[in-house]
Design a protein around this ligand. Structure first.
Ligand SMILES: Cc1ncc(COP(=O)(O)O)c(C=O)c1O
Ligand SMILES: N[C@@H](CCCC[NH3+])C(=O)O
Length: 422
């Protein structure tokens, strides 16, 4: 069941008409469905039922809103974080530090130290030196850091180049063939318990074949490392499962993914860890916007909406498609371009698209905006930072305020040497 649907001709999120949210909070605004988040959390877990001992760590980067994190914590998910800021959010949402995995290619000494002292569950090391530094920090505090080594399997994930992470030229992980030697050098260090390997080959993956190929390489590595005497207890298989952005897109389901995982990992005898982000949050959110003008264009009219690339960066960054729907569709259609008010031609959500006919003042949504939406927002062009609303049944709450340009301006100052003297 879709929790964003038309009821009596009006688009709702669960039991709440989107027009009521627009009236109360203004636009643009992100709207998330609790029921969808919960359903995705459950379906992903159920899909992996045949994969043995698993640990689920929601990839906070996809949607780090505190209320969303609380929903995920209640659903029994730990967290995958990539910065001290994300770690602070996970802890603030009530996720125990022991259920948090710290990924990321540039963890600073300060971040490593904070995470260690918080009792972090697992560090996914990206390079040998990070392991040496972490071991030193831990040993100096009488602690032992649990870690895995992230390997780069050199697999083409078949996704957008900017979100592919498992090819040898990408910055992530150590080349898989160097892993045994690095294990050899890190394994005996006091302060470090190197318990396994981690992998993540990219995001918005629409085909399981590259994932399966990568997992097979990891399987060979696990066997090799065991043969060398290293006790491998954990393998973190990362995130990456794609979601349908366009009507008609067919993506592997969590159940199909789970069946592949069970097949590829059946002899490993390890605890498997997963870091899903987009597949949890993507279709749980929309960006609600209002049409400012319908501007005649040389080729097609431009529907100018009050949301822009600073609110939803994905189309400008990755040429991503987000379905556009009227909140009160009339049944009429139009061929139009859709753009925001920002002063860049790249601030365009669609060109020449067949959409619900809209006019000035109408409300509309960009769908599948719950992941990598609000979290990638900026205040470019001195626009407000977009707010977020969480719906649960027939109630809703503002879970992130609109940060107004005045508030941002108040954090800036003119140094005294630039102020006019007397
Ligand atoms: C290490 C790591 N884990 C998990 C994720 C989450 O990916 P996705 O949102 O595609 O599930 C990412 C982002 O690609 C990542 O870099
Ligand atoms: N920001 C990207 C996903 C990045 C994944 C991070 N590892 C997107 O919107 O598709």
């Amino acid at each position: 069941m879709d929790h964003f649907s038309l009821v009596d001709g009006a688009m709702h999120c669960e039991g709440v008409p989107l027009s009521v949210i627009a009236e109360a909070v203004g636009t643009p605004v992100y709207v998330y469905s609790t029921a969808t988040l919960k359903r995705h959390a459950r379906v992903f877990r159920e899909g992996l039922a045949g994969a043995g001992d698993i640990h689920l760590a929601y990839a906070i980067k996809a949607n780090p809103n505190l209320a969303v994190l609380r929903v995920m914590a209640d659903a029994g998910y730990g967290a995958d974080v990539v910065s001290g800021g994300e770690l602070a959010r996970a802890l603030a949402a009530g996720i125990p530090a022991s259920d948090v995995v710290f990924s990321g290619v540039g963890k600073t000494v300060a971040e490593l130290t904070t995470a260690l002292e918080a009792g972090l569950g697992q560090f996914n090391l990206e390079l040998e030196e990070e392991g040496v530094v972490l071991a030193g920090l831990a040993a100096a505090r009488g602690l032992v850091a649990n870690a895995t080594l992230r390997v780069n399997p050199d697999v083409d994930a078949g996704t957008h180049a900017k979100i592919s992470t498992g090819k040898r030229e990408n910055k992530f992980g150590v080349p898989i063939d160097q892993a045994p030697a690095i294990f050899g050098r890190l394994a005996g260090l006091p302060g470090l318990a190197l318990r396994g390997v981690a992998i993540h080959i990219g995001s918005q993956l629409s085909d399981l074949a590259p994932l399966e190929a990568a997992y097979r390489r990891v399987g060979e590595l696990v066997a090799h490392l065991r043969g060398l005497g290293f006790p491998i207890e954990r393998v973190d298989l990362g995130g990456g499962l794609g979601v349908p952005y366009r009507e008609g897109d067919v993506l592997p389901s969590p159940a199909e993914y789970g069946a592949m995982v069970a097949r590829a990992t059946k002899d490993w005898g390890v605890r498997l860890m997963f870091e899903p982000g987009r597949v949890i949050a993507g279709n749980a959110g929309v960006l609600l916007t209002k049409v400012i003008w319908v501007k005649p264009g040389a080729i097609n009219p431009y529907v100018i909406v009050d949301a822009a690339m600073n609110d939803l960066a994905r189309p400008a960054m990755y040429d991503a498609w987000h379905d556009f729907r009227a909140v009160h569709p009339t049944g009429d259609r139009m061929i139009a371009n859709i753009a925001g008010p920002v002063c860049e031609s790249g601030d365009t959500f669609a060109m020449g698209r067949d959409i619900d006919a809209v006019k000035s003042g109408d409300l509309a949504i960009f769908r599948t905006a719950g992941a990598y939406g609000a979290t990638m927002a900026s205040t470019y062009n001195s626009r407000a930072l977009v707010p977020e609303v969480l719906v649960d049944g027939d109630r809703f709450a503002v879970v992130a305020d609109r940060i107004l340009p005045e508030t941002i301006l108040a954090a800036e100052r003119i140094p005294e040497w630039l102020t006019p003297g007397d």
